[in-house]
Design a protein around this ligand. Structure first.
Ligand code: SF4
Length: 235
């Protein structure tokens, strides 16, 4: 099994401090604005992350506002009726998520007195809360230096480090270790937001925009692409 030491050595030729600075500098001018990025309220962050799971951010914006204005806290959400919640989410095509939100809010009230827990174990013990959502809540609401592994972040890591990306990469210790090495522990929230935006807008699945990317200097995929372009083999 690959260890965290291997991840460190994989990146030892890069100047990590420069890379972190380049990522945060890019993000300072190119960040996407979303309402859930303007708060560290654990309840609002949790609602946003549940709605965002496998869903485009633009699709979530109106739902996020609707849910929070009708259910401003976890107690109100726990008292919601299935009809009310599912109808609200129906408009955004996320009606199947109402059961999860409802069960989750009830457990937060009964087991944690209405406080959103900050421990990874407690968060992942809630209905429907997996590793990604738990880490996102810990980072964006509580400031913990957790890394976020999803399809987008492993694609970006895989390209920079020239690693094969498979369906299991999101659960890979190697990928997790690399992101832990990369993470700016002074600014974990900004850094994670920056990677989310970079992978969503620049290092896209098809036709990545290498020429505009702040990671060009560190990226194995870009080096191969640049060489093949020079030799006339780029696609
Ligand atoms: S240089 Fe290209 S492949 Fe590398 S991270 Fe940037 S967009 Fe992705």
């Amino acid at each position: 099994m690959t260890s965290p030491i291997d991840a460190q050595s994989l990146l030892s030729n890069h100047d990590l401090a420069d890379m972190r600075e380049d990522i945060l500098h890019w993000w300072s001018t190119e960040k996407r604005e979303f309402p859930w990025r303007e708060t560290s309220d654990p309840y609002k962050v949790l609602i946003a992350e549940v709605l965002l799971h496998r869903t485009r951010a633009e699709q979530v914006i109106p739902l996020y506002d609707m849910v929070l204005s009708r259910f401003p806290d976890v107690f109100a959400l726990s008292r919601s009726t299935p009809d009310e919640l599912s109808q609200m989410l129906w408009t955004g095509g996320l009606h199947w998520r109402w059961k999860l939100l409802h069960a989750m809010s009830k457990e937060i009230v009964t087991r944690f007195g209405g406080e959103i827990p900050s421990s990874f174990t407690e968060l992942t013990s809630l209905p429907g809360i997996g590793q990604y959502i738990a880490s996102a809540v810990r980072c964006f609401a509580f400031g913990y230096p957790d890394v976020l592994l999803d399809t987008n972040s492993v694609r970006l890591v895989g390209r920079v480090c020239k690693l094969a990306v498979t369906d299991s990469s999101r659960r890979s210790l190697l990928y997790r270790s690399i992101l832990q090495v990369w993470l700016d522990r002074q600014h974990p929230q900004e850094f994670n937001f920056a990677l989310i935006d970079l992978s969503a807008t620049i290092c896209t699945p098809k036709a990545p925009r290498h020429e505009e990317c702040c990671l060009r200097a560190y990226c194995g995929w870009f080096r191969c692409w640049a060489v093949s372009r020079e030799t006339g083999n780029s696609s």
